[in-house]
Design a protein around this ligand. Structure first.
Ligand SMILES: Nc1ncnc2c1ncn2[C@@H]1O[C@H](COP(=O)(O)OP(=O)(O)OP(=O)(O)O)[C@@H](O)[C@H]1O
Length: 618
């Protein structure tokens, strides 16, 4: 079961990169960003210690009459100072500065004032517990439900739960400075309010941030506000954590054991060739050890450690020998990995990865961006995600020879966009000169117009898209928005996202010099400015040669997806490296959304299911 603590969870909500690193290895502590240096040191930990010490004294069950008689700020402060604070504050003068010590003392005084007020407003004061319900207590492993029915256990230690005269029962967090990110404070409050509600069913908790700066500033939040923060900001992160945990537990057994495991794409049991590979290499005097085995939809990957003094080149040069010895139907792909050698044995009959199953995975459903896409699954059965709203993946160039799986890939991308958006927020422009890819979609609310088939129409459509983009800029500027997504998030749907999908643009480029120049000019403008205006390009070609995929086009379309191509030159043109000529076809691809290509298998959606997505949106 996935477990996380409150500090980590709030950090994950504001920094998805941090979350990714934590998910990769929760055992290795991922450092939290530090509060920026500068200003007076605020000694928050000491403040918490001293306050907790006093509360402990006040709240003992048989508290003495003088303790119960404390009423004013001065009386409470005198006790706190004499019993706990004096020595610490004086030590601060020596170890830090008089300013820091004064800041702490003032903050503590403000807290005493707050306590006196709580007491004064407590109708039937019998003990300090009537005002301070609990203080610095552990909430251990509170199970919070996630969308797919699983749970994530969250642990933490709220500062205090109090009865506030105005706000009712409140979970309180003390802060000695507002820091650089008030959002984190609110997230923490929302998480604690939800944990308390689960731990104490029947009670509702509002929240209060008490900023001692050093004077007290209260930031109250109602239960409804905290609920909304939790639902919008925290729940998707918990869904993602639970989804990841589920995936990892499946993967673990695939990687370490050699047991049959049912993954979402349901592999047929492939023989384990681990020992055979070792024996075969040994027979050529190349000692190796197979360290692991991962079964992907299109191949089985073995991770090999070469014996001492055995070079990678030796393993690679024996690939053909291994094919013969092991009776494989294709030569294994031998590639360098980090700390091991990758030995990919392609399956004779690759498994199909069904779109319908994969798009339900939490990594995608919990993704905040409406234009997040699943390109496919990687070797480790993780979804390969790409977000059109992200500048690194805002526009895509797809290449692959005939039969490599471009049309199916385009269909799965369109299906994901349609599944995750309504026609009011997403408009598709489909250009399909081959007539087949999007054949069957008739007039539809998701489409900007009929599916375009001829070259002149396609060029005219790109012209209009540029005009549309310029108009959008003017509107965004007038309304003070920097990106269309923010406008849509505010509920304004008169300008939806617009995704232009062009299957086979080579014919257009090859129809004449002028057309080619114009196509390049228009795609350049759309790709340079489109993202902020919510206009995105996904264009595909069967002929990724240098005349079609020009340097300029490549530079303008940051995301590249290369399916099987006929030769290493085509792979080089698209990805800047060879390799895609060895892919299997049927949706086996290398995607480049970052620095190194990732191998994946695209998702398959049967035509009937694809058309059904559009069926009721005429
Ligand atoms: N992800 C996938 N899973 C299973 N089968 C696939 C997948 N992608 C493609 N295929 C199969 O591979 C074959 C070729 O696919 P597709 O028609 O998409 O290729 P293409 O690159 O568009 O070819 P062309 O350019 O000639 O139209 C089809 O039979 C298709 O069903």
């Amino acid at each position: 079961m996935a477990r996380i603590n409150v500090s980590q969870l709030k950090q994950a909500c504001v920094d998805r990169g941090w979350l990714d690193r934590w998910l990769d290895d929760p055992a290795t502590p991922v450092p939290m960003p530090m509060t920026p240096a500068g200003g007076i040191p605020v000694n928050g930990r000491l403040f918490h210690q001293l306050v907790a010490g006093l509360v402990q004294k006040l709240c003992v069950p048989d508290a003495s009459a003088p303790l119960l008689a404390l009423r004013s700020r001065e009386q409470i402060w005198a006790l706190l100072w004499d019993e706990l604070a004096a020595a610490k504050v004086q030590a601060l003068v020596r170890s830090q500065s008089a300013e820091a010590a004064l800041h702490l003392a003032e903050a503590l005084k403000a807290w005493c004032q707050r306590l006196a007020e709580l007491r004064a407003n407590c109708p039937n004061f019998k003990s300090w517990r009537s005002a301070l319900l609990t203080h610095e207590f552990d909430l251990k492993r509170v199970a919070i439900q996630v969308s797919d029915g699983g749970v994530v256990e969250v642990s933490g230690r709220p500062d205090s739960v109090q009865v506030d005269p105005v706000h009712g029962i409140v979970v309180v967090d003390y802060k000695l400075s507002r820091g650089s990110n008030g959002t984190l404070d609110l997230l923490q409050l929302a998480i604690y309010a939800r944990m308390l509600r689960l731990a104490k069913p029947g009670l509702n908790f509002a929240g209060l941030l008490e900023y001692y700066e050093p004077g007290l500033h209260l930031v109250p939040k109602t239960e409804a506000q905290l609920n909304a923060i939790f639902e919008h900001e925290v729940q998707p992160v918990l869904d993602r954590i639970a989804g990841h945990e589920k995936l990892m537990s499946k993967l673990k057994s695939v990687q370490v054991g050699h047991e049959a495991v049912r993954l979402s794409w349901q592999p047929k049991a492939e023989p384990d060739l681990g020992r055979d590979i070792e024996k075969a290499y040994n027979s050529f005097k190349v000692p190796v050890q197979v360290m692991g085995r991962v079964e992907a939809p299109q191949l089985v990957r073995y991770l090999i450690r070469p014996g001492l003094g055995i070079s990678f080149a030796k393993l690679r040069s024996n690939a053909v020998n291994l094919k013969i010895q092991l009776g494989l139907h294709a030569e294994p792909l031998v590639m360098p990995g980090s700390g091991h050698v990758i030995f990919d044995v392609v399956k004779e009959k690759p498994d199909t990865v069904w779109w319908q199953d994969e798009v339900q995975r939490a990594e995608l459903t919990a993704h905040a961006s409406p234009l997040a896409l699943a390109l496919g699954v990687d070797i480790n059965n993780r979804l390969i995600l790409a977000d059109l709203c992200d500048s690194n993946t805002a526009h895509a160039l797809i290449g692959g020879s005939s039969g490599s799986g471009k049309s199916e890939l385009l269909k799965s991308l369109v299906a994901t966009l349609v599944k995750r958006n309504r026609p009011e927020t997403l408009q598709l422009t489909l250009i399909d000169p081959k007539l087949l890819t999007f054949g069957g979609i008739v007039e539809n609310a998701y489409l900007t117009g009929p599916i375009l088939r001829d070259i002149e129409e396609s060029l005219a459509c790109l012209h209009l898209a540029v005009e549309d983009m310029e108009r959008r800029y003017e509107i965004l500027l007038a309304e003070n928005h920097t990106r269309l997504g923010d406008r849509i998030a505010q509920g304004k749907t008169d300008l939806p996202f617009r995704v232009i999908i062009f299957d086979e643009f080579a014919d257009l480029i090859n129809s004449g010099r002028e057309e080619k120049k114009e196509f390049e000019r228009l795609t350049k403008r759309l790709s340079a400015k489109g993202r902020a205006a919510g206009v995105h390009l996904i264009i595909a070609t069967q002929r990724p040669d240098k005349d079609v995929v020009t340097g300029q086009l490549k530079a303008n379309l940051p995301m590249k997806i290369c399916l099987r191509v006929t030769n290493a030159v085509n792979s080089q043109i698209l990805l800047d490296e060879p390799g895609a000529e060895h892919l299997l076809g049927r949706g086996d691809f290398l995607s480049q959304t970052g620095s190194t290509p990732v191998r994946g298998q695209s998702l398959f959606i049967p035509q009937k299911e694809f058309l059904e997505l559009f069926a009721d949106k005429i």
